[in-house]
Design a protein around this ligand. Structure first.
Ligand SMILES: [Zn+2]
Length: 143
């Protein structure tokens, strides 16, 4: 999903929660939007290019042309990461962690909606899925 849509939906949630949490709602953006930095990590490692603008253009071009790529591991989008955040949230019980978790849930919900709507399956959902997929798991290689 486009970053701009994550910004829009996270901003809407921030406006809704602002009366309850005041400026703490800015923590929504940590995992509501910035979680997609793992796309940059994947680009930088696979392309050996650390220019964030080129990474952004690369993903925008893929999105625009609907280019399907080899399945990737995006570390912050893995179930194992969600579970870790959930455990930390339950353990700490702070407004900050609640807001960070809410941002994560919103972000992932939008990503899943986008994947179902556009029939995208370009990402592993867990490390276990990746490890059991084997080397010939690149089912979406087209362009
Ligand atoms: Zn995402």
């Amino acid at each position: 999903m486009l970053v701009s849509r994550h910004v829009i939906f996270t901003t809407i949630l921030a406006i809704i929660l602002f009366p309850l949490y005041s400026y703490k709602v800015l923590f929504l953006f940590i995992l509501g939007v910035l979680i997609d930095i793992d796309h940059y990590f994947e680009y930088a490692i696979s392309k050996k290019d650390f220019n964030p603008w080129k990474a952004y253009q690369f993903y925008m071009e893929n999105e625009r042309k609907k280019i399907k790529r080899e399945r990737k591991v995006h570390i912050f989008h893995l179930i194992e990461f969600w579970i870790l955040i959930l455990i930390i949230t339950i353990y700490l019980k702070t407004d900050y962690m609640f807001l960070i978790s809410a941002g994560l849930i919103l972000h992932l919900s939008l990503d899943f909606y986008d994947a179902i709507k556009n029939k995208k399956h370009g990402r592993y959902n867990s490390i276990i899925q990746k490890l059991t997929a084997g080397p010939s798991s690149s089912t979406n290689l087209k362009a």
